[in-house]
Write a protein that binds this ligand. Structure first.
Ligand code: ZN
Ligand code: ZN
Length: 339
């Protein structure tokens, strides 16, 4: 085979189109992955809508890639042809900047993101640096593994590094692609888990996923509802609406933290006095490295965490992307290649 299918963006805001391209080859330190499934993340909008300056078009979006190694380039160790692998937001680091030299690979100032820095997973094949690879356990299908590689690792890693301990009250703000996994991780990490979403539509699903409590943010004051439960040690903010985040900050227990993972460019307004009396804080959290992805996948097998997905074949990627952007997907859209 010398041709392969990709779904590319010709220019920001111009939509997605399926085209055939020459099959790429793996260079030194790279592997060619046969893509089996690729999740559709809200951050794909950076590429599709042209929200991020500096993207070189045409570009293939997609950073929730699950597949199998089809070829390895020179100097690739220990990865082998045939191995099941995934690639997430962390698509490689430089190895020589200050954060890299301190071992903080996710903070690499030259970090590469698939679908932004190089062509991503809306395709039959993708070429990635070997450092971006995570091993996929046999127990996970490619379709289930894909969303765990961005939505999953982001919530898993943010929660396990939040400082919350078993039994602590932890709230997941927003029950969508990220939040529905956040609820499962929080419950299975031993936290008293609160799901917060707009309306009552998601109540049953949130409880079924493991939430002990459900708060309808349209029908009650979120901060008051959390305080009535004792106050949250951690609020994991997965929504992309800063207003919803600021409305929840008052629900933190003294010394509590809101951990922000919902990517938005809009400003968040928080009165300083909302933070001072309880010494509370708002912090961001970057997803994690390829090794953190492996931890996420292994924990998901161990504790039976799975994404709830809607699948679309690769040729209907534009439809799948629109479905994700509508906010109506339950809960993650995944593209499948038929491989
Ligand atoms: Zn993502
Ligand atoms: Zn670096």
């Amino acid at each position: 085979m010398t041709q392969t299918r990709v779904v590319q963006v010709v220019d920001g805001g111009k939509g997605l189109e399926l085209v055939e391209r020459d099959l790429p080859t793996a260079g030194r330190g790279e592997v060619l992955v046969r893509v089996e499934a690729c999740g559709v993340c809200h951050s794909d909008a950076f590429t599709v809508e042209g929200w991020m300056p500096g993207i070189v078009y045409p570009r293939v979006p997609g950073h929730e890639i699950a597949g199998r190694i089809e070829a390895v380039g020179e100097d690739v160790v220990p990865w082998e042809v045939g191995q099941r692998v995934g690639v997430g937001w962390f698509g490689g680091n430089c190895g020589h900047c200050d954060p890299c030299r301190r071992g903080d690979l996710i903070s690499c100032v030259n970090g590469l993101v698939p679908g932004i820095a190089y062509d991503g997973g809306y395709a039959d094949h993708v070429v990635v640096p070997q450092g971006a690879l995570a091993s996929i356990p046999d127990e996970l299908s490619a379709q289930d593994a894909a969303p765990l590689l961005c939505a999953g690792i982001t919530t898993f890693n943010a929660l396990r590094e939040s400082g919350a301990r078993p039994g602590d009250l932890v709230a997941i703000l927003g029950i969508g692609g990220l939040g529905h996994l956040g609820v499962q991780f929080a419950r299975r990490m031993g936290f008293e888990t609160v799901a917060i979403a707009r309306g009552t539509d998601k109540r049953e699903q949130a409880l079924a996923l493991g939430a002990h409590h459900y708060v309808d943010s349209t029908g009650s004051d979120v901060a008051e509802a959390l305080q009535a439960l004792g106050g949250a040690v951690t609020i994991l903010a997965t929504v992309t609406a800063p207003d919803a985040m600021s409305a929840a900050v008052g629900g933190l227990r003294p010394r509590g933290r809101m951990v922000v993972v919902g990517a938005s460019g809009d400003p968040m307004q928080i009165p300083p006095f909302a933070l001072i009396p309880g010494s509370t804080g708002v912090v961001g959290h970057a997803s994690g490295t390829s090794k953190d992805s492996e931890d996420t996948l292994r924990f998901s097998v161990l504790q039976d965490v799975r994404p709830t997905i809607e699948t679309y074949p690769l040729e209907r990627a534009a439809e799948g992307y629109a479905r994700m952007m509508s906010g109506d997907a339950r809960f993650r859209v995944v593209l499948t290649t038929g491989a």
